[in-house]
Design a protein around this ligand. Structure first.
Ligand SMILES: [Zn+2]
Length: 157
């Protein structure tokens, strides 16, 4: 929990990584750019994260955004769509087919660009906090698999 403390004594700072600018990396991630350099693309396709930055080479494959991006996208869009629906319903009370024809395309049109930007911001946040594989001291999640692969590669030579 209290993993990263940057203001400790100098002996502890040698083992601690440099603090990263969280706001800068967040804005870079939200612009779908590499959180390290801000130039390379974070994604190789719509939601597929590039293995590494094509500009600076920063490894991005070990991000773990998982369900955070859809969760935050629903949170953001819910706060936009629900009040809009309440306003429309109380003032105009349109038929349900009007909601289906206008509301569904509106939600899809808003979700698609927001989801990618939120995912970029989540990955950049993980990078800024040295989470998961971005931590230099990170150990593989499946050590038995990686050690068995190493053992397998050593025996094959
Ligand atoms: Zn980069």
């Amino acid at each position: 929990m209290n993993k990263v403390t940057y203001s400790n004594a100098s002996s502890a700072q040698n083992s601690q990584p440099e603090p990263r600018d969280k706001m800068q990396s967040l804005t870079r991630g939200a612009r779908e750019k590499c959180p390290n350099c801000g130039e390379g693309s974070l994604f190789s396709s719509y939601l597929k994260v590039a293995d590494s930055c094509d500009h600076c080479g920063e490894e991005l494959h070990h991000q773990r955004s998982d369900d955070a991006a859809p969760y935050f996208t629903i949170l953001i869009l819910g706060h936009l769509i629900v009040p809009l629906l309440l306003i429309v319903e109380t003032h105009f009370a349109p038929a349900y087919w009007v909601y289906a024809v206008t509301g569904l395309p509106l939600v899809v049109a808003l979700t698609l660009p927001i989801l990618q930007r939120v995912k970029g911001a989540v990955i950049a946040w993980q990078w800024a906090l040295y989470m998961h594989g971005f931590d230099p001291d990170h150990e593989p999640e499946y050590p038995s698999l990686s050690s068995s692969l190493e053992t397998g590669s050593q025996t094959s030579q």
